[in-house]
Write a protein that binds this ligand. Structure first.
Ligand SMILES: [Zn+2]
Ligand SMILES: [Zn+2]
Length: 440
């Protein structure tokens, strides 16, 4: 009985089977009309959609060809599936859009975009000349540098400073703002979770991270100030990534750009555009990635798998946020997370950002660098040598930033030790002639 029923069911099932539920969604076509896309395959076949039918019947053949090609190129089947899905999706969207194009009005009769439509063009601030000048605190007209600045604003309520509209805030900037705010808020728990162990972890990780930023991202990757074995180069670069200031390629691209346009209108983070802008504001502005979209200044890093991996957003988040958080929690619970991640990261951030802001405003100049970069003793010590910023802008390739005997430069001292051990070589220094030429 059961067998008969089963066979009957097995025979009848294909006939009684219903079409799969359609997963449709509406999209705005460029003519302003709403179109429905994302129909199921069954629906497309029933609708005599030739491209869909072709895909349905030829898909196994296409997939097998892809798979064979992939095997030769050592790609995983997952890669092939992803590529196939992309092709299918692109064709389906194209097909849906094409089916409505005929019914669209000619271009000259296209209705104006509705008010709700977002302007997706990247937002750029007006040039300095069009923004209101302002004096920085503690500025002094007698000094040789000009402390009149032309602040850029992030938000719409300061239109005189080029305050941008809300729609120009991109998702990546929202995520970044949320992360930076969350890490700062985490520091509020520091007094309640204090332990001596947690403080030690904080200081050790602060040194490792700060050293990574100054030695690897800055001196080695951005300026090629020295060479070392690849394993050590990548280790130092990983330490730098723990600062969660972005991947090596993006960081280096922005920094090299900063040196080319230092304190000019095009600089990504100059205090001439406002102190807080150069300290933090630039990170949340779409004009920053717009300026950096030319990737040609980081070709040397683009060729290396490790830097490409660390520049991938998912890998970066896993290796520099999730992994450290999980490790810290496993060893010391919440006190380690608060002190070893939140407090440590905030310390590294503000010293490093301080070199962009205070390091271009307060301090003294020893060399003609052609910009407002300063040697700032506080940042020189806390930044492990990177705060001797005027020396650095005058001689960017030098592995030594503290050029006077009293300018403490911890990173350079470590490089001397590594050089003595045979783990660093080709250390770059400015020539005596150049030092004299640029001396003030
Ligand atoms: Zn600078
Ligand atoms: Zn630099």
């Amino acid at each position: 009985m059961l067998g008969v029923a089963s066979s009957e069911l097995a025979f009848a099932w294909p006939l009684q089977r219903k079409a799969p539920p359609l997963v449709c969604r509406e999209r705005q076509h460029r003519c302003g009309r709403k179109v429905t896309v994302g129909r199921g395959f069954a629906e497309e076949v029933r609708g005599d959609s030739l491209p869909a039918a072709f895909l349905l019947f030829c898909a196994p053949v296409v997939f097998a060809s892809f798979r064979a090609a992939a095997a030769r190129r050592r790609l995983s089947s997952n890669c092939v599936l992803k590529a196939s899905r992309r092709v299918v999706t692109a064709l389906r969207y194209k097909s849906a859009a094409a089916s409505t194009t005929d019914a669209c009005q000619p271009t000259d009769a296209v209705p104006a975009a509705s008010a709700s439509n977002k302007d997706t063009r990247p937002w750029r601030h007006p040039p300095r000349a069009a923004r209101g000048p302002k004096k920085l605190p503690f500025s002094d007209d007698d000094k040789f540098w000009d402390f009149t600045v032309y602040p850029k604003a992030l938000f719409p309520w300061s239109p005189e400073a080029g305050g941008r509209p809300w729609h120009s805030v991109t998702n990546i900037h929202k995520v970044r703002l949320g992360f930076v705010a969350a890490v700062h808020l985490g520091c509020l728990a520091a007094p309640f979770t204090f332990t001596w162990d947690a403080l030690q972890v904080c200081l050790v990780l602060w040194f490792i991270t700060s050293f990574g930023l100054c030695c690897s991202f800055h001196r080695q990757l951005s300026h090629r100030a020295f060479e070392c074995p690849k394993w050590l180069e990548y280790l130092f670069a990983y330490f730098a990534c723990l600062a969660v200031e972005g991947g090596p390629i993006g960081w280096v691209r922005m920094h090299r750009y900063h040196h080319v346009h230092s304190d000019e209108d095009d600089d990504t983070h100059s205090p001439m555009d406002g102190f807080w802008w150069s300290h933090m504001g630039f990170m949340f502005d779409p004009s920053t990635p717009e300026k950096l979209k030319d990737a040609s200044n980081t070709r040397d890093l683009d060729k290396q798998w490790f830097y490409r991996l660390m520049d991938d957003q998912v890998a970066f988040a896993v290796l520099t946020i999730l992994l450290p958080l999980a490790t810290l929690f496993a060893f010391g619970g919440m006190p380690y997370i608060v002190w070893g991640f939140c407090v440590r990261t905030v310390l590294v951030w503000h010293v490093n950002w301080g070199i962009n802001s205070a390091g271009h405003v307060w301090g003294y100049q020893s060399y003609k660098s052609g910009d407002h970069s300063m040697n700032n003793p506080v940042l020189g010590i806390l930044g492990l040598g990177d705060g001797w910023h005027n020396n650095h802008h005058a001689f960017p390739r030098s592995c030594r930033h503290g050029l006077a005997w009293h300018e403490i430069d911890v990173v350079w001292y470590v490089l001397l030790i590594l050089s003595g051990l045979g783990l660093a070589w080709n250390l770059q220094y400015p020539s005596e002639k150049r030092l004299q030429q640029l001396a003030l």
